[in-house]
Design a protein around this ligand. Structure first.
Ligand SMILES: Cc1cc2nc3c(=O)[nH]c(=O)nc-3n(C[C@H](O)[C@H](O)[C@H](O)COP(=O)(O)OP(=O)(O)OC[C@H]3O[C@@H](n4cnc5c(N)ncnc54)[C@H](O)[C@@H]3O)c2cc1C
Length: 400
């Protein structure tokens, strides 16, 4: 089976591929979106939406759906595990800079579900599920993708351009020969989700809290239905040991002792990488999202940064579709690679450094700086503009 040429082909229906597809459709460009799974990921992954992401998604009418199903958070905190609150950041400083001066806590699958409906209801949108791309290629006129359907039939899809949003293990990245240099964070990240109401047990706790400690930092994140506890974990321990219910219970009791066992409804342990591709494009083929960059989740910038890639990429591709030279796409690479390295990765690494610093003087200096930042309205605003990813989007306008 083969498909028409006058379209863009997107491989991977995670949040980034779906946003790219929806924005292309909204601009009047037909898209075939190829996805390996049947139902899209349903598990708990990213859960934070930063203000500019909500501004972007509002253009295609998705933000309201998310806000209706999410938790609006006007504040987030840096805490010390022993001393408690160090600094509370107030996102109302962003009023006037965005239509959404808050962080929205909402599960990633709610976004992909809403976008899937958008794509499937659009006359020019075609979603091929249970179809795994295996090979790709291009010539001066277009691209092709070979894929295998779950029933083992082969599909060939053609188009003018190809967007690879096929995640961390991207085959598109490999096919264009992009290097994915960087590091793997030594500790494993263990994410535990529970119905326990931390906000009732710790009344001064914000819905998003980064908790620093020299021996075991942690993150407490509230979603509409659950609290998530993120803990660093010894990579020498076996997965069975890490996931053992007794060990999990002991770790949660160490965070906050309770008279009843915690009810853990979801747990994952994963390795975290800090990597950015050396090239985001090759001719008519482009990379976006986790296919192009991976970083630690401290700051909630992975999915958000990927969505910002998709919006930037589509804005430029629409112009190329209508006749601008293909070379103009290179600005996409210059802009988004710079953000991935200098903003997302640098900030995520700094967040980790503050959380796990062991030297008492260094910790005290970090805390003093955070307290001084929230105490000064100008610095406070500058800080939340940066942590909310507004500054990175504005700065990239200066990248030619
Ligand atoms: C277990 C887990 C927990 C996470 N937790 C957090 C968190 O707490 N906070 C945070 O900020 N981020 C977290 N992330 C990262 C976040 O989910 C990603 O940054 C985000 O999903 C990136 O979106 P994406 O669309 O680029 O890639 P993905 O969401 O990975 O989507 C890629 C899609 O491509 C499809 N695909 C792959 N190969 C092919 C192929 N050959 N053919 C067709 N389709 C293909 C996949 O099925 C998938 O649907 C987590 C990720 C995982 C896996």
């Amino acid at each position: 089976m083969s498909y028409k040429n006058e379209q863009v082909v997107v491989v991977g229906a995670g949040p980034v591929g779906l946003v790219a597809t929806a924005f292309l459709l909204d601009a009047g460009i037909p898209v075939t979106l190829i996805e390996a799974t049947a139902d899209l990921a349903q598990d708990l992954r990213a859960s934070t939406f930063h203000p500019p992401t909500l501004d972007f998604l509002a253009r295609i009418g998705i933000t309201k759906t998310l806000v209706d199903q999410g938790l609006v958070c006007h504040e987030w905190q840096f805490r010390d595990r022993t001393e408690g609150v160090v600094a509370t950041f107030d996102l109302s400083h962003l009023a006037g800079e965005t239509d959404y001066p808050f962080r929205l806590q909402c599960e990633q699958w709610k976004l992909t579900k809403a976008l899937r409906e958008f794509v499937e209801n659009h006359p020019d949108g075609k979603l091929l599920t249970e179809t795994r791309a295996t090979e790709i290629g291009q010539d001066e006129n277009g691209i092709w993708v070979r894929a295998t359907h779950a029933d083992e039939s082969e599909v060939e899809v053609n188009g003018r351009f190809l967007i690879g949003t096929d995640g961390a293990h991207s085959i598109i990245r490999r096919a264009i020969g992009a290097n994915f240099d960087g590091i793997t964070i030594p500790e494993i990240f263990l994410s535990l989700s529970t119905h326990f109401k931390y906000h009732e047990a710790m009344p001064d706790l914000a819905n998003i809290a980064y908790v620093s400690d020299p021996s075991e930092w942690l993150v407490l994140l509230r979603t509409p239905s659950l609290w998530r506890v993120l803990l660093p974990t010894n990579p020498d321990d076996s997965e069975d040991f890490i996931m053992d219910p007794e060990n999990v219970e002991a770790r949660l009791q160490a965070v906050l002792p309770t008279d009843r066992p915690y009810e853990v409804v979801h747990k994952t342990a994963y390795r975290v990488h800090e990597r950015v591709v050396d090239k985001y494009l090759d001719g008519r083929i482009f990379l976006a999202g986790d296919a192009a960059h991976l970083n630690n989740p401290l700051g909630g910038m992975g999915m958000n940064g990927g969505i910002h890639d998709a919006v930037n990429l589509v804005e430029k591709l629409v112009k190329v579709w209508h006749g601008e030279p293909l070379e103009s796409m290179e600005r996409y690479q210059r802009q988004r690679r710079k953000v991935a390295l200098e903003t997302v990765q640098a900030q995520a690494l700094r967040n980790r450094a503050i959380l796990n610093a062991t030297d008492p003087k260094q910790r005290a200096d970090y805390y003093d700086d955070l307290r001084a930042t929230v105490g000064d309205p100008l610095r406070h605003k500058e800080f939340v503009m940066r942590s909310s990813m507004i500054t990175s989007l504005r700065e990239l306008e200066t990248v030619e």
